[in-house]
Write a protein of this length. Structure first.
Length: 395
């Protein structure tokens, strides 16, 4: 084992510029991490491999992923041999060999990473880099790395639930590092300053996050909640509401008005799982709560709409001729309200991805729940979706 550690680690001290030109070194390093013998590789080697990967620029990371996808894919030659053997002899030994060769070797590489103390975060960051490289669905990189990305996503789904801890953040007890990351990572409603985050942690507000036990200051997904007397359809009213005189029993509604998931954990439905846990926690703290709701912006709606041809009859029927020119100076005029509401409903409920999921993640979450009411709210330049559930068990 000393030969493995000391034979490979010294190379990691080279500059990223040098390493970027050495794909054979990348392959050698992954081979050492994934050696399948009686002894596991030392965690230090896997950790150094992750450090090395972080130092690479986008081109170097693409080369690294390409090596994983090509040199550490399914061993098809041996898989075919074992499949032929299995046809003639159905025994456990041949079956295990066949299963072994059908498993891509890069899966073992990801397993090794997950075994590190901060492995979940490292794996999520690696997937985030891969998604950036893959780009659009039509791109060559997307097709090249689809299987690799799917494998990381499936492993994250398998790993993530058992390693998550629900934390309620407070101004008094949460670390400054954790609060700073909440401010930095917030992807829906930007945190202006420390006064703003302090307001979001006040007596009528809550922030909950999932963290790993080994990395308690790294929020993987978090949600902002407003405790209010009645349902609200305006996120600005929530963000700008003054402090209440005191916390009381007048809270009847809990509104999740912002949820952020780290990019590398997107598509795993952690947000849904977090909301379920938060509802359980809030019902215990405030038994008088009657309604739970989410207030979600639809950032993809405008992009979806503008992607249509200006002569698209289904859009012209709602917005009229020359609608793209009008939209360029759109300032939330009242006459746009009804047609945009109808198009927004179509966007949420009818438009599908190739995999048959809703085009917008908000639509996917909406169809997941047994909702009592769904409202689309026209607010200035924005359109928001409010989903209410009178029975928290439906969540």
């Amino acid at each position: 084992m000393r030969r493995v550690v000391y034979g490979v680690l010294p190379h990691l001290k080279q500059t990223s510029r040098t390493l970027r030109t050495r794909p054979e070194f990348m392959q050698e390093l992954v081979e050492k991490v994934t050696e399948n013998n009686n002894n596991l590789p030392p965690p230090a080697l896997t950790a150094k491999c992750c450090d090395y990967f972080k130092q690479l620029d986008k081109h170097g990371k693409r080369d690294f992923f390409k090596i994983l996808a090509t040199e550490f894919d399914v061993d098809r030659e041996n898989a075919v041999k074992e499949a032929k053997a299995y046809v003639h002899e159905q025994n456990k030994s041949v079956e295990q060999n066949l299963l072994h060769y059908l498993e891509p070797k890069y899966g073992l590489f990801f397993d090794r990473i997950h075994q590190l103390p901060n492995g979940l975060k490292l794996l999520a960051d690696m997937r985030s880099d891969l998604l950036d490289i893959m780009g659009q669905r039509e791109s060559e990189s997307y097709l090249e790395f689809t299987s690799l990305e799917q494998d990381i996503r499936l492993k994250l789904k398998k790993y993530v639930i058992g390693f998550l801890k629900l934390e309620q953040l407070t101004w008094q007890t949460s670390s400054a590092e954790l609060l700073e990351k909440i401010c930095s990572y917030e992807a829906v409603h930007a945190v202006k300053d420390w006064k703003d985050i302090k307001r979001r942690l006040a007596s009528d507000r809550r922030v909950f996050a999932f963290v790993e036990n080994t990395t308690p200051n790294e929020p993987l997904v978090f949600v902002h909640v407003a405790l209010v007397p009645s349902i609200s359809t305006s996120v600005q009213a929530i963000l700008n509401e003054p402090l209440p005189p005191k916390e009381g029993k007048h809270f009847k509604c809990a509104i999740c008005y912002s949820i952020t998931t780290q990019q590398g954990l997107g598509g795993i439905n952690l947000g849904n799982y977090l909301i379920k846990q938060v509802v359980d926690r809030l019902k215990t703290q405030y038994p008088q709560l009657e309604t739970f709701a989410t207030l979600s912006p639809l950032p993809g709606f405008r992009k979806w709409l503008m992607h249509h041809d200006e002569s698209d009859p289904s859009i012209v029927a709602e917005l009229g001729l020359g609608w793209k020119t009008e939209m360029a100076t759109f300032e939330g005029q009242e006459q746009w309200k009804d047609p945009l509401m109808r198009l927004c409903a179509r966007y949420i409920l009818d438009e599908k991805r190739i995999e048959t999921n809703a085009l917008d993640p908000v639509g996917t979450r909406t169809s997941t729940y047994e909702m009592e009411r769904v409202r689309i709210k026209f607010i200035g330049k924005e359109i928001h979706l409010t989903r209410e559930c009178m029975n928290p068990l439906a969540l």
